[in-house]
Design a protein around this ligand. Sequence first.
Ligand SMILES: [Zn+2]
Length: 288
Amino acid sequence: MRAECPHFFVLLRSTRMKRVLNILKRFVIVLLLTATTQVGGLVYLLWLSLQRFLPQGHYKLQRSLIKGGSFVILYLLFTLAIIPPLASAFGRVPLSITKHGAIRPARSYTWILNRHYVNREMLELLSSVATNERFEPGYILYLDACFPFIDGFPLLPHLSHKDGKKVDLAFFYKDQEGKPLHNFSPSLIGYGVFADGNANPTADRCKEAGYWQYNILGKLMSPFPNASAELDTQNTRRLLELLNQSSTTSKIFIEPYLKSRLLPQGNKIRFHGCHSVRHDDHIHLEIH
Ligand SMILES: [Zn+2]
């Protein structure tokens, strides 16, 4: 056994082994970037092919900064300038990424990771609801939508967000004095902090039926410590009403107890099933 160890380490240090490990590392990076951003894996491969044109730094830190910085610049160039018109040619459009318009991202990671694409009908629906004169907030906050390309390519962990026809929307919140909290989300990632805290009869039922994942985000996320926010039932109900009224809408998912409280007559509001996760932290919207 002792005689084998040095031989193994010699092999590990050999050029061939290093090359194999390097290919494996790149393969894993491509896989991860593709799963999280769809196009990031391709951008990474392009960036690798451009390596020889990069300036060579004298120090390790310098070289790392040049490498990391050049990848970020190339990735952002694709995300902001190249993908939107390309995706549009294939039928998907990006939702606005500024915090001031009628449609706003609740969290910036959504657009940084290219998770903010929908088809034109969905964009029209969201715009018409957000700018409806009977809709007081005048804007909608979105969470995950879909990737820019390819029907059937799921946006993990949402398996159904794969065709430009689905988007998750944030609830509205107010402070203890009843003042609206603008652009507010009680959770770091926009998901996982529930309207009624942890009280939810459906979650208990799903857990008893063996669906351990139903409450998983509640275990991972906690509300911001100084956020004394509560659900703005009036504006959230209005949003649900307008979405429910639209002929473009096919389904809306929220927890059954929230449906009872906010819009019991909402004929398009359904229960998503225990195989999913809790929907008392966001609204899932689908169109025909
Ligand atoms: Zn969804």
